[in-house]
Design a protein around this ligand. Structure first.
Ligand SMILES: Nc1nc2c(ncn2[C@@H]2O[C@H](COP(=O)(O)OP(=O)(O)OP(=O)(O)O)[C@@H](O)[C@H]2O)c(=O)[nH]1
Ligand SMILES: [Mg+2]
Length: 328
């Protein structure tokens, strides 16, 4: 089948009019790092900010996609439209994630009120933060009421991906001991809501108690509710949605939602800019034999690391690093 070429104006109008093919095309542009994606998002950006964005993170295989599937069914029952972006930070390609999600979310693929997309990070200077941000903005402009962003909780990348969310849901299951330790040690940020999925497994109650004891250490107002769920049978899914709604309503009530969103957007700009700056810096150094040579000198201990940093920043950005505070 020949791919239809979209003139820019048509692509933008298509998204405004709820044309799924236009949305799919625009998200592909975003995923491929195609410069054509910029004017599309730029035009639509003033129309965004209406969707409820929920980040869903957690270790591999705990049932994040299954739980999203169950939440989607629940929301469709409430006549809400939904977008889902699944991001796989471990893979530059979306194929692996796509296969799993095809199965987990299969009943929703044909529903015109639901748009599901799995994404990798292929060809992206701005990294996953950029791909996700742009995709979420497109789904928002498209008019989805709720947008879920799924990512495997793997430290930095999941923060990058869920940074745009109004609420963050952490999914665990019996046996997610490493995540419990990470929460305890403060390595993993305390989420807004926690689901302990696979409550049909033995050990769910023990897990609940363990997580409870950690959550109790947080300040009272930051203590997330914990819900036991069984995604495959939809058990406690409406309760889980209730907690997510309550979290959002509480934020909305005292103006913290606006504050959080403003803060999130600034953080996104910094995240994407930092990723791009890093990619730019690396390629600038790698393509300049003189700067490459500095790296070799550092490796042979002929030049100290900070002198190399100063030289590189001076050459690449004309930065006087002594005055910019870049080096001590
Ligand atoms: N017994 C049981 N199995 C579940 C439950 N929820 C999900 N599963 C199963 O757990 C497996 C992983 O589910 P997924 O939804 O793909 O998990 P995920 O967290 O999205 O996985 P990744 O995206 O690969 O990290 C699948 O075989 C599901 O059928 C549950 O509540 N109980
Ligand atoms: Mg998944």
């Amino acid at each position: 089948m020949a791919r239809r070429e979209w003139p820019l104006e048509e692509l933008i109008a298509g998204i405004r009019d709820g044309d799924r093919r236009a949305l799919a095309r625009a998200i592909s542009l975003v995923e491929n790092g195609d410069p054509l994606a910029y004017p599309v998002v730029r035009e639509l950006y003033p129309e965004t900010g209406r969707a409820t964005v929920i980040g869903i993170t957690g270790p591999p295989g705990v049932g994040k996609s299954s739980l999203i599937g169950a939440l989607v069914s629940h929301l469709r029952g409430l006549e809400q439209t939904v977008g889902v972006v699944s991001v796989d930070p471990s893979s530059p390609f979306s194929r692996g994630a796509l296969l799993g999600d095809r199965i987990r979310l299969s009943e929703h693929f044909l529903d015109p009120g639901v748009y599901i997309r799995s994404m990798g990070s292929r060809g992206h200077l701005g990294g996953l933060a950029e791909t996700t941000l742009q995709a979420v903005l497109l789904l928002d402009a498209f008019g989805k009421d709720v947008v879920f962003v799924e990512t495997v909780g793997a430290g930095q990348s999941d923060v990058e991906v869920t940074g745009i969310a109004d609420s963050v849901l952490l999914v665990l299951m019996p046996g997610s001991g490493d995540s419990v330790q990470a929460l305890k040690a403060g390595i993993m940020e305390i989420p807004d809501v926690i689901a302990i999925n696979k409550m049909d497994h033995p050990g769910a109650k023990t897990m609940l108690n363990e997580v409870r004891s950690i959550v109790r250490l947080a300040e009272a107002e930051r203590r997330p509710p914990i819900v036991l769920t069984e995604a495959v049978r939809g058990e406690n899914v409406s309760e889980l949605w209730g907690e997510l709604e309550r979290h959002r309503a509480a934020l909305l009530e005292d103006g913290r939602l606006e504050e959080r969103r403003r803060w999130n957007l600034v953080a996104e700009v910094f995240a994407v800019a930092s990723n791009r700056a890093k990619a730019h810096l690396e390629s600038a150094v790698r393509s300049d034999p003189e700067l490459e040579r500095l790296l070799g000198q550092v490796q042979r201990r002929e030049l100290d690391p900070l002198s190399a940093v100063r030289e590189i920043l001076e050459q690449v950005y004309r930065l006087d690093s002594d005055r910019s505070g870049v080096t001590p």
